[in-house]
Design a protein around this ligand. Structure first.
Ligand SMILES: Cc1cc2nc3c(=O)[nH]c(=O)nc-3n(C[C@H](O)[C@H](O)[C@H](O)COP(=O)(O)O)c2cc1C
Length: 367
C-alpha cells in the first residue's frame, strides 16, 4: 500500500459521500463577467470533477447584498440568470461524478486593488474600518446586519435547491464575517461586538443558525476560518486552546458541521508545546471533522504566488504522517489543482514525475 492511499479513503458525513479526502480549495478566478458564471467556468469545475477531486469548493460567490463583492467579474449567488448559470455548473460537475459546495462570500470592507469598480451600495462592515485604525465608512446598521444574515440563509437555501452537495461560509482571511471576529475591525459595543471573542462570534453564530434553518438538519455546512488576516498575517483571534474552544464551540452548536481551517502552510503549529496545526486543534476541541489547507504539494505559499513567485512540487510525506495520526479528516488543495486538473489522479497513481510547477500564468487562464 502506498502512503498516499490514506488520501483515497472515502469520507462520509450525512448525505455527503466523498470518494477520497481531497477538497478543491475555493479560489477566486474573476472569469464571470457581470457576476454570471460562464460555460467556461462550468467546464473548469467539470475538469476537476473528471480529475477525481473528492469535493470541489467553488470560488467565493457573493450573497444578496449590494456590496457583497468588490469585483464585477466574481460570480454572484443570487438573481435568476446567476442561479441558472450555477445550476449549469453543478449539473456539469455531477455529470462527471463530482461533488460541489459553493463558497458563500461577503467581502465586507476588504478592498480590491485590481479594480476601481465600485459596488452599487454602501460598504457593509462592523465598524467602518478597513483595517485597524482605518476609518472609511459608517458601521452597519441593525437592519443591514439582519438583512445580511438573511441573505446568507437564502443563498444556502438556493444552493440546496439547485442540487449542491454542501455549502461553505467564508469566515476567513479578513472578509466580513472575520471582520466581526477580529477586535481590530470590530469595535461595536452592541450585541454584535464586545471585548471577548465569543461576543464577536455572535454574527457568525446567527448566520449559521439562519443557514441551518434554511437547509434543514443533515445538510452539510462548512465554515472556513483563519487566524491570519489579509490585513495582518500575524493577527490571531485565539491565543490559547481555551480561547479557540470558546470561539468554535458556539459555531458547532449553531450548525457548523465541518471546520475548514485556513493556514498558509499546513505544517505550522497552532500553539506552543504541540505540533498540532489549526485543523488539528479545531477537531480536538469540537469533535467535528476538519479540513486542513496551505501549501499542500507545493514548495511556496499562495500569497507569494500573487506576487509572482513560482512553486515546485513538494513531498506529501509530512501531510500523510499527520493524516495517519487523524490530525484532520480532509485536505484542501488550491494552486496545485488550479494549475493541473489531473493532480489528484497523478497523486493516486504515483505519477510524481508528471506533477507540475505552479506559475503565475495559471492565474490568468481558466483551463
Ligand atoms: C487565485 C486564488 C484565489 C483564492 N480565492 C479564495 C477565495 O475565494 N476564498 C477563499 O477562502 N480562499 C481563497 N484563496 C485561498 C485558497 O483557498 C487556499 O487557501 C490557498 O491558496 C492555500 O492553498 P494552496 O497553498 O494549496 O494554494 C485563493 C487562493 C488563490 C491562489
Amino acid at each position: 500500500m502506498a502512503a498516499t492511499d490514506l488520501l483515497f479513503r472515502p469520507f462520509d458525513l450525512g448525505p455527503l459521500h466523498m470518494p477520497n479526502r481531497i477538497v478543491m480549495a475555493p479560489m477566486t478566478r474573476s472569469f464571470s463577467p457581470g457576476g454570471v458564471p460562464t460555460a467556461q467556468v462550468a467546464a473548469y469545475y467539470r475538469r476537476r470533477a473528471e480529475g477525481g477531486v473528492g469535493l470541489i469548493v467553488s470560488e467565493g460567490t457573493g450573497i444578496n447584498r449590494p456590496a457583497s463583492l468588490n469585483d464585477p467579474n466574481v460570480p454572484r449567488f443570487w438573481g435568476t440568470e446567476e442561479l441558472a448559470a450555477w445550476k449549469h455548473v453543478i449539473d456539469e460537475v455531477h455529470a462527471a461524478g463530482g461533488l460541489m459546495a459553493p463558497q458563500l462570500w461577503h467581502v465586507g470592507s476588504a478592498r480590491n486593488t485590481q479594480t476601481d469598480w465600485k459596488a452599487p451600495g454602501p460598504v457593509d462592515s462592523p465598524s467602518g474600518l478597513s483595517s485597524p485604525g482605518k476609518q472609511f465608512a459608517e458601521p452597519m446598521t441593525d437592519a443591514a446586519v439582519a438583512d445580511t444574515i438573511a441573505a446568507f440563509g437564502q443563498a444556502a437555501a438556493d444552493a440546496k435547491r439547485l442540487g449542491f452537495d454542501a455549502v461553505e461560509l467564508h469566515g476567513a482571511h479578513g472578509y466580513l464575517i472575520d471582520q466581526f471576529f477580529w477586535a481590530g475591525t470590530n469595535q461595536r459595543t452592541d450585541r454584535w461586538g464586545g471585548s471577548t471573542l465569543p461576543e464577536r462570534t455572535r454574527f457568525a453564530v446567527e448566520i449559521l443558525k439562519a443557514v441551518r434553518a434554511a437547509v434543514g438538519p443533515g445538510y452539510p455546512v462548512i465554515i472556513r476560518l483563519s487566524q491570519w488576516k489579509q490585513q495582518d498575517f500575524k493577527a490571531r483571534l485565539a491565543e490559547t486552546p481555551a480561547e479557540m474552544a470558546a470561539w468554535l464551540e458556539p459555531m458547532a452548536a449553531a450548525g457548523a458541521d465541518i471546520f475548514h481551517c485556513s493556514q498558509r502552510r499546513f505544517w505550522e503549529p497552532e500553539f506552543d508545546g504541540s505540533d498540532l496545526n489549526f485543523a488539528g486543534w479545531a477537531g480536538k476541541l469540537t469533535g467535528r471533522p476538519t479540513i486542513t489547507v496551505g501549501s499542500v504539494g507545493l514548495s511556496g505559499e499562495f500569497v507569494a504566488a500573487f506576487r509572482g513567485e513560482g512553486s515546485e512540487p513538494a513531498s506529501l510525506d509530512g501531510l500523510i504522517e499527520r493524516l495517519a495520526r487523524d490530525e484532520f479528516d480532509l485536505v484542501a488543495v488550491g494552486r496545485a489543482l488550479l494549475q493541473d486538473p489531473d493532480w489528484v489522479e497523478k497523486i493516486r497513481a504515483g505519477r510524481n514525475d508528471e506533477l507540475m510547477n505552479f506559475g503565475r500564468e495559471a492565474l490568468a487562464t481558466l483551463y
